[in-house]
Design a protein around this ligand. Structure first.
Ligand SMILES: Nc1ncnc2c1ncn2[C@@H]1O[C@H](COP(=O)(O)OP(=O)(O)OP(=O)(O)O)[C@@H](O)[C@H]1O
Length: 256
């Protein structure tokens, strides 16, 4: 099986800071890879570069689409990147407000993604939006309400419905449960886990929450100072960490 996304030798500098140093990564269809590390280790920078939202100073990223065409993500045109974002990719932001349109109804937020992907039949769009609100456990009676009347957890579930309604093959997630209450986080993680498994999604998950990474990821990549210091199957990395930094990360969770 060929990787869906292949990154080689990525470098990115901000002034004197190396945000990424020779980072290489493969992501296979249906695979969930958790990118963990402390604040400032380069996780978000890596996600943005892989999604073509941020350039790099070196290296390359190749995405192979559903019909087998390779896309050179770092040199892609804005229009082509937007096309991928509409049809094959999704991005879940930490803050739902960065993705949702707050003055558009919940149903509209989901439906407009379908319209952007070419759907035209109003009845079908509304039906599909209602179906997706149900899948993320938002009551149908809230369909015409504005997202600003929703709790943080509901806004995040709405963002997920908006992202998944177009059936992406690859979803980038940047701290999807960050900033939420612990009990809300647990419920959201369970929901994400079942949706990802049902839909067979490939996911790149950035998180500083080791428990979230353990729950969702098949494989874990550990970053420190812009480099990948360890990677492997989730249980192996978390139960038998080899790098001293991973040992520290894991033991600090155990001690917490
Ligand atoms: N736009 C920018 N301008 C200058 N420096 C930046 C910029 N974006 C990131 N950096 C720096 O690059 C390094 C990596 O940042 P990045 O946000 O990727 O880390 P992170 O692991 O995602 O951290 P966090 O968990 O806090 O979001 C940090 O030192 C950060 O200060």
């Amino acid at each position: 099986m060929n990787p869906l996304l292949e990154a080689r030798g990525l470098n990115l500098r901000f002034g004197a800071v190396d945000a990424l140093l020779d980072v290489s990564l493969d992501l296979y269809p249906g695979e969930v890879v958790g990118i963990v590390g402390e604040s400032g280790s380069g996780k978000s920078s890596l996600l943005k570069v892989l999604a073509g939202m941020q350039g790099a100073d070196g290296g390359c990223v190749t995405y192979t689409d559903a019909v087998g065409t390779d896309h050179d993500v770092l040199n892609i045109s804005d229009a082509a990147r937007r096309r991928l974002m509409r049809s094959e990719w999704g991005f879940v932001h930490q803050n739902a407000r960065d993705a949702l349109r707050m003055n558009v109804s919940a149903g509209g937020n989901v439906g407009e993604r379908l319209m952007a992907a070419g759907a035209r039949h109003f009845g079908k769009i509304r039906e599909e939006a209602a179906h997706w609100l149900g899948r993320v456990e938002i009551d149908a009676s809230r369909m015409d309400d504005l997202p600003r009347t929703f709790s943080g957890g509901m806004q995040q579930r709405l963002q997920i419905a908006r992202t998944l309604v177009t059936r992406p093959r690859l979803v980038f997630m940047d701290e999807p449960t960050g900033g939420l209450d612990v009990s809300v986080q647990a419920k959201l993680l369970d929901l994400i886990r079942s949706l990802v498994a049902d839909l067979g999604l490939a996911v790149l998950l950035v998180t500083h929450d080791i428990a979230a990474a353990r729950l969702l990821s098949h494989r874990i990549v550990v970053m420190r100072h812009g480099r990948i210091v360890e990677e492997g199957l989730t249980d192996r990395v978390l139960d038998d960490p080899q790098h001293p930094y991973t040992q520290l990360l894991v033991s600090s969770v155990l001690a917490a």
